[in-house]
Design a binder for this molecule. Structure first.
Ligand code: HEC
Length: 242
């Protein structure tokens, strides 16, 4: 019975993995760590430098970011906010929706809960999945979001790469890209850079997670102290009995 249940859940797991990757295309492993505050802080800075011109975070307020990520409010004001914005406001874009539509054909979506919809691995893959395709209006396509109208906004950092293994059956050999125009960052540095953004977006999707981490630490610390007292107590009681 147990074996059968196990087998069944393995099948389900397999099916859900297949569905999540959209036809067997392997996602990259985002490998994020939300307990690394510095990664979240860098991710926030990267987001406001490279993404917030087009994407809003309408469920996130600037002062919440400052508080959760241990950033000074004056720093957030100077670096993340538009002139005239208030620290208690949600993160908006300055672009008019009609302009966005005429430039990109679609409005860049709000990214408040994108990490919950797509998952960290997909976001990481997407940011690492742009490759040149001259027929596209943006000059690029994306391996994980075919025909996307988002331009490769990080090209200066990553450079441009070419897709050199278009055969989908040939999964074992992996998917290979070849850098055709080098960027400012090495491949590893670019992955770190995008990993930080993904961490930040995962935090934005569920800010309570950071609170849970903090709480978790104190719960464990409390149990540990309790254990010491319980142990001393037990020793004292047994001493009398012996
Ligand atoms: C120049 C404008 C622009 C900038 C800057 C930009 N994007 Fe986009 N982004 C778009 C557009 C347009 C789309 C919609 C793509 C589509 O639907 O084909 C999009 C889509 C996305 C999606 C996919 C959402 C979905 O539908 O699942 C993600 C994720 C995303 N962007 C993340 C980012 C991140 C992270 C950055 C910063 C590194 C960024 N974007 C910077 C224009 C932009």
């Amino acid at each position: 019975m147990v074996i059968r249940l196990l087998g069944f859940s393995l099948v389900l797991l397999g099916l859900s993995c297949y569905g999540a990757t959209g036809g067997g295309l392997q996602l990259l492993d985002a490998n994020i760590d939300l307990s690394k505050k510095t990664s979240l802080q860098r991710g926030a800075a990267n987001f406001f430098n490279y993404c917030s011109g087009c994407h809003s975070l309408q469920y996130m307020r600037y002062n919440r970011i400052a508080e959760d990520l241990d950033l000074d409010e004056s720093l957030v004001k100077a670096n993340f906010m538009f002139v005239g914005d208030k620290i208690g406001n949600a993160v908006k874009v300055s672009m008019e929706p009609e302009d966005a539509k005429s430039w990109f054909g679609v409005q860049p979506p709000d990214l408040s809960v994108i990490s919950r919809v797509r998952g960290a691995d997909w976001l990481f893959s997407f940011l690492n999945g742009f490759y040149t395709e001259s027929e596209r209006p943006t000059g690029v396509n994306n391996l994980y979001f075919s025909q996307t109208s988002m331009p490769h906004v990080l090209w200066e950092l990553e450079g441009y790469k070419k897709f050199i293994n278009p055969s989908e059956d040939d999964q074992n050999s992996g998917i290979a890209f070849e850098i055709v125009v080098p960027g400012k960052l090495s491949q590893n540095e670019y992955q770190e850079f995008t990993r930080d953004i993904v961490s930040f977006l995962v935090y934005v999707g569920e800010p309570a997670r950071l609170v849970r981490y903090k709480l978790g630490f104190w719960v464990i610390a409390f149990l540990f102290v309790l254990f010491i007292f319980a142990y001393l107590n037990k020793r004292a009681i047994w001493e009398d009995i012996k």
